[in-house]
Ligand binder design. Structure first.
Ligand code: LLP
Length: 445
């Protein structure tokens, strides 16, 4: 049995049939529509490879986190201006890790100053451009190294800053997304807090809050430990603290057997800490959460065309016109993304399953979407498909397009945002001229 499934939250399509998250067949499917729109129509209008995002899914994920005082979107997950703007309109604040991300936030109408600060620069260092920008535009800084305190303090006095603390432990879906503990470069080491308090004082900077982000794709067990670590750090700083940030890290179910995060249980833990400190110190404490993946992952689809169906010994390969230049998560982390096949004729959905390897066009053996961490190629049970048909790589909205590259001189894909059932092109496909802009041939022998 193969499901014909349109997973979009907004979907009211005739073929809408959403199995429960535990249904073991959920992740093996034929798909004809995305959010009520025929994939074939999207492809003929915009071409492939194509990223498609569903606004309704993003908004639903935002609503699920409203118990926190403030949601601050980690735009590194997907920083397309149109996406950022839709999120801003829902009263969600934004995080930035570079001058470019600060500029994106300003571009869509986030104002630099406010309480809480609409834009926060969280990083482990300043490059010259970022330092100049946070100084000139009065952007709030969440310092991830003692040097950031010194470098900011030598330019401005009297500002509030927050500190990103590495509590000495971390966890992620991959070791590469673990941002805590001694192997991580991120944050101020917890034992250096006293030194950083002193540095800040000497520069006339006031530490008004603490932040911890121990990794991405983290489980609730590890995330919950952060609350205890935050408590002892907050007590060390004392009542000058008016805000706490739980960071991001919330996962989403990418495959069968993975469950949804219990947001209310997680919130209770943080709220408990916040309440007890607020009571003790006699002033309110703002509680922020900083998700990237949780808001975007499930909203995004990467559509690609099958250009070859190749047999190599016992393996059959579906080779797509999208590769790790479009979606790097499988080659980087062995990340699993659900996939579905789009039949050339919308009605032709009765396809047998076959075990296939799915790869891309790049001249590199690792350009495989069905691999495990370490580069081990795996097969995936997918509906039988032919050249010219399409594959939709699902749950690709977070860390998808943004981690793309021009490797092999491939242009960056186009991006479409569906709002209220209507598709809008929000980034056109790069052209060859875009690709070579800024390069020059030397006029010398
Ligand atoms: N806050 C800070 C300071 C971060 O460094 C990150 C992610 C987030 C929030 C958001 O984390 P999230 O809620 O998305 O887990 N490329 C990897 C993920 C890298 C995450 C980097 N920092 C992936 O594709 O899994």
């Amino acid at each position: 049995m193969i499901y014909v499934w349109d997973s979009c939250r907004s979907s009211q399509t005739p073929n809408f049939q959403k199995p429960s998250m535990n249904d073991e067949q959920q992740f093996s499917m034929v798909r004809t529509h995305i959010c009520g729109l025929r994939v074939a129509d999207l492809v003929s209008k915009y071409g492939t490879p194509l990223y498609v995002y569903d606004e309704a899914t993003i908004l639903e994920q935002i609503e699920a986190l409203r118990s926190f005082d403030w949601i601050r979107y980690a735009q590194k997950a997907c920083s397309n201006l149109a996406v950022l703007d839709r999120i801003r309109r829902r009263g969600v604040l934004v995080d930035a890790v570079s001058a470019g991300e600060i500029r994106r936030a300003l571009e869509v109408g986030y104002v630099p100053e406010g309480d809480p600060p609409p834009i926060v620069y969280t990083a482990d260092l300043f490059d010259q451009e970022a330092l100049d920008l946070v100084v000139e535009r009065n952007i709030h800084v969440n310092c991830g190294s003692p040097e950031m305190i010194d470098q900011l303090g030598s330019r401005v006095q009297g500002r509030e800053i927050t500190l990103r603390i590495n509590p000495g432990f971390g966890h992620g879906h991959s070791q590469k997304t673990n941002t805590g503990g001694p192997q991580s470069k991120h944050g101020i080491w917890h034992e250096d807090l006293a030194d950083c308090l002193e540095r800040s004082r000497s520069h006339g900077l006031k530490i008004s809050g603490l932040h911890m982000h121990i990794g991405s794709g983290t489980d609730l067990g590890h995330l919950s430990q952060v609350v205890g670590a935050m408590e002892s750090m907050a007590r060390e700083v004392g009542p000058q603290i008016t805000s706490l940030s739980a960071g991001g890290g919330l996962s989403i179910p990418y495959q069968e057997g993975e469950s949804r995060v219990d947001i209310s249980g997680y919130f209770e833990l943080w709220d408990g800490l916040r309440r007890s400190l607020a009571k003790e110190w006699g002033h309110p404490i703002r509680l922020e959460i900083e998700p990237g993946r949780y808001l975007l992952a499930e909203s995004g689809f990467l559509i690609a065309e099958i250009r070859a169906v190749k047999r190599m010994g016992e393996n059959t390969f579906y080779l797509l016109d999208a590769g790790f230049n479009n979606l790097a998560r499988p080659i980087l982390y062995g990340a699993y993304h659900p996939m579905s096949v789009v039949p050339a004729s919308g009605e032709d959905t009765a396809r047998p399953l076959r075990d296939v390897v799915v790869g891309g066009p790049l001249c590199e053996s690792g350009d495989i979407f069905t691999q495990e961490e370490g580069g081990f190629v795996r097969t995936r049970s997918l509906p039988d498909a032919r050249v010219g048909e399409h594959v939709v790589i699902e749950c690709a909205g977070a860390y998808g397009f943004v981690m793309g590259s021009n490797y092999n001189s491939k242009p960056m894909a186009a991006e479409v945002l569906i709002v209220g059932g209507t598709p809008h092109l929000v980034r056109s496909r790069q052209t060859f001229e875009d690709l070579i802009r800024g390069e020059s041939i030397l006029d010398i022998d």
